[in-house]
Design a protein around this ligand. Structure first.
Ligand code: ADQ
Length: 476
């Protein structure tokens, strides 16, 4: 059940939860995909909330009309923060995606440290704060999301806003040693400490943050530690630093996967497989998701266990993402080449080892693939949570899927006991897990998947929201 909040919910995120498209002269708007949107949309609908963010389209789009249409369709209001092309280049592609994203995912080699990017990040965060100050009403629940907007709270304080401010980080928080590499480390940590509540995905992220803050700012001190949060004192203020693992709407996936449309699509897929098992990977195009490493592990499995040949295929679905950032374009190229090479090496008439699809799937098609695949191979090098792992289990209504999961995904904390955990850098270990999943007896599959499903059912997105909001309101 979606929790009912007493306060109006103001969500602030980099992007509005929309996809705006033009087909000849016709403009249209629909809800976007991605972890944050998937998680919050049902809550916003029930709450009549307001969502503030960058619309992601140029001036030529009839934005006001489209946002009104969205409100009529989806039941909550959107307020745009317009950004210039220079803003997008420096704040979004630059500091957010070429500095913070790789640094926070432990991939220092991908980081670019550029003063102009940092200044643009600061300025755009101030722009967001100005819109929040304009839209906010007394007693709103102001909740800023994710790594693109870590300084919004600090700018709101500068503008004199005294309300409680909350922040949730969807990606991991790195160890103090990695964070220290950032030239603007103190400003960023002080910015985060402007919020009253800071939420992370896992206990490890929360600990990393507390250790980093206390190491960088000698005047910051831990007041007390509790199971789900730490209280940190900085100046006159006490900040609650908690961990709240995000989740999915379990029922929506479970019911969706049982629908007639999905059943038909799943049956059709099954017929085409002619008794072969399907190993599924579903990801945004991103170097943190470990897709090349996954292809190599699958290749190793075919090498090491020849009985897998012609009896199993890897279906890898990749949603195009950030394709204008050079590292992402390179990754796409690398995947094309790897899939081509492995298919040329092992492929036979009527059997391809890797089916690689580069597009966003419609919901029915996504659920049909979740439901049909006997194995999910989810092997990010590092991931805040990874909702695909949870969506796969919730859609595995036949209770016969096996989840192979990276130990470096936040989801491993909750699902690790019943999934097959792997180190994505360990090609042989991952190949062994593929073989173990392939040969797992039906009873063990059923038992593991039943446990995974009940864990996700119990800790769904509504509980996540309730925990975050209640934790914000409770007295310490
Ligand atoms: P993401 O990095 O986007 O999210 P993830 O949690 O896996 O990663 O969510 C991806 C979403 O996109 C899923 O809901 C999935 O269904 C959808 N999706 C992926 N491929 C698709 C395809 N081909 N077609 C259609 N839909 C597709 C960020 C963090 C994560 C964190 C989430 C939520 O990086 O670590 O789990 O936020 O906090």
């Amino acid at each position: 059940m979606t929790p009912s909040l007493t306060k109006r919910l103001l969500i602030i995120s980099n992007r509005l939860p929309t996809v705006i498209t033009q087909d000849q002269d016709e403009w249209s708007v629909k809800p976007g995909t991605g972890g944050l949107v998937t998680a919050l949309a049902p809550v916003m609908r029930k709450n009549q909330g307001v969502w503030i963010g960058w619309p992601g389209c140029g001036d030529e789009a009839p934005l006001d009309k489209l946002l009104r249409e969205f409100k009529d369709q989806q039941g909550y209001q959107l307020v745009p923060v317009p950004l210039s092309e220079e803003d997008v280049e420096r704040y979004y592609r630059g500091f957010s995606n070429a500095t913070i994203w790789p640094l926070f995912h432990d991939l220092l080699g991908f980081c670019r440290f550029d003063l102009t990017d940092w200044q643009a990040y600061n300025a755009v965060n101030q722009k967001f704060a100005a819109v929040v100050a304009e839209q906010g009403e007394k007693d709103d629940f102001i909740w800023v999301h994710d790594y693109q907007l870590m300084l919004v709270g600090a700018h709101l304080r500068e503008m004199g806003i005294q309300d409680r401010l909350a922040f949730f980080l969807h990606i991991p928080f790195p160890s103090p040693d990695l964070f220290r590499r950032l030239p603007w480390k103190k400003s960023l940590i002080k910015g985060l400490l402007s919020y009253d509540q800071i939420g992370f995905q896992t206990l490890r992220d929360r600990r990393n943050f507390v250790q980093t803050a206390t190491a960088l700012l000698p005047e910051a001190e831990v007041v007390s530690r509790h199971r789900h949060h730490t209280l940190l004192k900085w100046g006159e203020r006490v900040i609650k630093v908690g961990h709240y693992p995000i989740s999915i709407d379990f029922d929506e996936f479970d019911e969706g996967a049982r629908s007639h449309e999905v059943e038909d699509a799943a049956w059709y897929l099954h017929e085409n497989l002619r008794g072969r098992q399907l190993v599924l990977g579903v990801d945004r195009l991103d170097y943190t998701k470990g897709i090349p490493e996954r292809f190599l592990a699958f290749e190793r499995a075919l090498e090491k266990y020849p009985e897998l040949i012609k009896r199993v295929s890897l279906l890898q679905v990749v949603v195009p993402s950030r394709t204008l950032v050079p590292d992402y374009a390179d990754l796409k190229e690398q995947l094309d080449q790897l899939a081509g090479r492995i298919n040329a090496r092992f492929g036979q008439p009527e059997w391809l080892p890797i089916h690689y699809v580069f597009r966003c799937l419609k919901r029915v098609q996504l659920l049909a693939r979740y439901r049909t695949s006997e194995i999910a191979l989810i092997t990010p090098l590092r991931d805040g949570m990874n909702l695909v792992a949870k969506e796969y289990c919730a859609s595995s209504v036949e209770n016969n899927g096996v989840l192979i999961l990276s130990e470096f995904a936040g989801a491993a904390d909750q699902l690790g006991k019943h999934a097959l955990l792997v180190n994505p850098y360990d090609t042989d270990g991952t190949a062994d897990a593929i073989y173990q999943a392939f040969t797992m007896d039906p009873e063990e599959r059923r038992q593991r998947m039943t446990n995974l499903r009940s864990e996700i059912r119990r800790n769904d997105v509504h509980r996540w929201l309730r925990r975050f909001v209640e934790s914000s309101e409770e007295e310490d």
